[in-house]
Design a binder for this molecule. Structure first.
Ligand code: ZN
Length: 95
């Protein structure tokens, strides 16, 4: 049995993803919520199982579309860490 992710682990994953720019540091252009279909979470790299909830994020980039599947709890931690980073850096999100 895997241990459920702790809050600390989620935040560590989120910070690592922010450093690595795994996801663009802005809101997704399109976003859906739903049940997992086994796709790998971009933040914790574990599959999102059918009994878990995920967000599917779509970013429109200069060179095409980028899609990410993330657990709802991973995404929540990522958003919180992102907001911290933005506040610390004094960066402003483009709307
Ligand atoms: Zn995850």
């Amino acid at each position: 049995m895997e241990e459920p992710p702790t809050h600390r682990t989620l935040r560590a994953n989120a910070r690592e993803a922010l450093r690595a720019r795994t996801l663009p540091i802005r809101r997704a252009d399109r976003m859906w919520g739903g049940r997992g279909d086994g796709a790998e979470c971009s933040l914790c790299h574990a599959p999102v199982k059918p009994d878990e909830l995920e967000f599917e994020l779509e970013y429109i980039l200069a060179d095409g579309l980028a899609k990410h599947h993330v657990h709802v709890h991973c995404f929540t931690a990522w958003e919180r860490e992102r907001d911290n980073v933005l506040a610390q850096d004094g960066l402003h999100q483009s709307a």
